[in-house]
Design a protein around this ligand. Sequence first.
Ligand code: CP3
Length: 356
Amino acid sequence: MPVTPPSTPDRSAYLLAARGEPVPHTPVWFQRQAGRALPEYRAVREGITMLESCRRPDLVVEITLQPVRRYGVDAAIFFSDIVTPLQFAGYDIEIKPGVGPVSADPIRDAEGVARVRPVTAADVPFTTEAIQQLVSELGGTPLIGFAGAPFTLASYLVEGGPSKDFAKTKAMMHGQPDLWHALADRLAEVAIAFLSVQVEAGASAIQLFDSWAGGLSPRDYERFVQPHSAKVFEAMKQYGVPRVHFGVNTGELLGLMSEAGADVVGVDWRVPLDEAVRRITAAGGAPKPVQGNLDPALLFAGWDAIEPEIDRILAEGKAAPGHIFNLGHGVPPNADPEVLERVAKYVQAKSAHVPA
Ligand code: CP3
């Protein structure tokens, strides 16, 4: 069934769902929807580093729009990375293809913490320009701004690269708590600064990625991480845009991540959405819209396996006051764009309310 695009983001299915209001259909977009799964992305990125592409408004606009054109998703996400605001502020961290962010000089002391500085709008005129252009080209499709949450960003800075156990980060938290809190506070300022630039330029919603928070116990999360993410959400409240919070493997943390101040809680594939709503409300909080949660691995399982999974997720999502359909994590680089397009169209058609 064709989906008529709204004329302003404000009435879009994505923002209606994020506010818990009635929707024309369940909105759908894909975390990491821009990227290597798309041949048109690989073509425009050819010979250009990630950092350089993030500094070029023409490329940012094109790469952000590619998945919207291709999949017909209900939201765009600004093309950047969680570490780019640090790079723009002169911090020496590199994005290694196939690896992720790596730093040759990891943070282990106060001198290292002092090297972290938030970007200002003056540092990133290209970000403001790209977002303004995107908002005008996107019309009624909302643009999501995003940043890395203090813990996930810190994990790259302290470990020096991707990590499975976050041993050095946890050692800093417990062994040098003052240093840890100083670092996390600076990273909260980085996130606030970058998110503010994006919203002031016209982004309609923000998502704070704490992708690796699931590596923490609830006790550690509450003590070492939640106050810093809460600071970000609190600072962004003044803009009145929906604030989404997402992490992987966060089944034990959903209540605490919700309490940090999110308006919408992102859920990976491990916890069914109705159970996620139960966990979010377990400590007495109000139910909130949720986002998720098709296992990205299912994209490779064939349509006969995918369709019933989507049906199940749509049914479970009804337990929440709003549901934004998404993958439980990012689009894998080897995903088939045709499958993603079919998922988006199916979600929109299956959930559409046919006017009487
Ligand atoms: O489409 C979108 O979602 C917008 C763009 C986006 C990127 N990174 C572009 C990117 C977003 C939202 C991110 C967030 C991000 N970056 C997260 C949180 C989301 C998640 O997946 O959990 C994290 C943990 C990072 C850190 C990071 N940067 C990783 C793990 C990688 C992948 C490394 C690799 O090459 O496999 C990157 C690099 C990166 N960021 C790429 C893209 C498109 C790939 C690099 C490239 O295409 O050259």
